[in-house]
Ligand binder design. Sequence first.
Ligand SMILES: [Zn+2]
Length: 387
Amino acid sequence: MASHLKMIISVELVGIDGVSQRCEIAKVDRSLDGARLNNFGLSLEEAKDIQRRLQQELTQFQTDQAAQRDRKCQDCNRRRSVHDSRYRTIHSLFGSCHVRVPRWCRCACGSTARLGTGCVETLLNGRATPELERIQAELGSRLSFREAARVLDIFVPATRPHNHRTVSNRLGKVADQIEKWDVAGPYRISRAGKSPVSVFIDGAYIRAVPGYQSRHFEIAMGRVVAQGRAPRQFAGAPNIATGKHDIVRAAMRAQGWLPGRDVTVFSDGEVGLQSIVLSATRQPVTHILDWFHLSMRLRHIEQALINNLGTYLGQNAASIVNYCRRYWSGQPISSSPAESAANSLVNARMNKKRQMRWTPIGAHRVLQVRAAVADGRLKQAKLDLAA
Ligand SMILES: [Zn+2]
């Protein structure tokens, strides 16, 4: 009895005219003799090859259909004849597609309507699909650019290995889009009425590239928390066009804050961090000194010079509240949510052990994407990345 299996994978394509065509994508051969679990179903390489061929067939079909629609003369409705064809390459998550795009002759009626291919132009706008760009940006925000390129090589069919510079460039593009979207976003009306918005803010130092004005620079990051909404993370680096206060303001706006509404800031008492929030709100805020920073100082009171503690308390007198009463009524007394934002945003990608050095803009872009990934905004956002 024959023990040879043939599995044929084909696709059926139905055009705008209702005509259907079938096209073979791949053949998978298996023998039943001595079959092992690693003959089971598709292997990764087979799956990548099928994805690549399928994507190629689908994109060519879509391009052909769009071109047919463009073929009709806009004035007399007659079909124009073929002038020539050119090729375009579109990079997608399922491989690079080389698509043939026909160009049509000027119509015999002498119509001056656009000779270009309107439908096709819209379809093939850009060099990479937004989905590929988003995945590259997400991986680049979680891993080093080189590691991200290696991970993509494992799963994404491609004729050439992925390049870490491409990952970095795509992340930059996505980050700029996220930021543009955030800063331009309208105030989202708060459902939580008059309850205050809380801003938990913290700072961290990361290593600067050689030649930068200092060896380290400080990034600010944290969370904006409003009742009835998932917390929103933010982070920003210094000396770039979008100030840290713009980033904070955009995050507050997205959380339903409106000018004039109360803001409570939690920090470790560093004046620079408070002033970022003040620039963001352009109004007075309530500042609460982080309970743990304060209690740490109190715990070490024997070792610490009483003067130091006195200075710290004196500088922050206005920010020391009745922690006990707040705690028992369930209100926050600590900036620890900012520190957990720091953990998720900074430590995994930028901490000192990694020996990475950053430009402010490079760090800023990675932070924008990481914050969007952490909040789940990268998937939700209908970012018009092709534009
Ligand atoms: Zn015509």
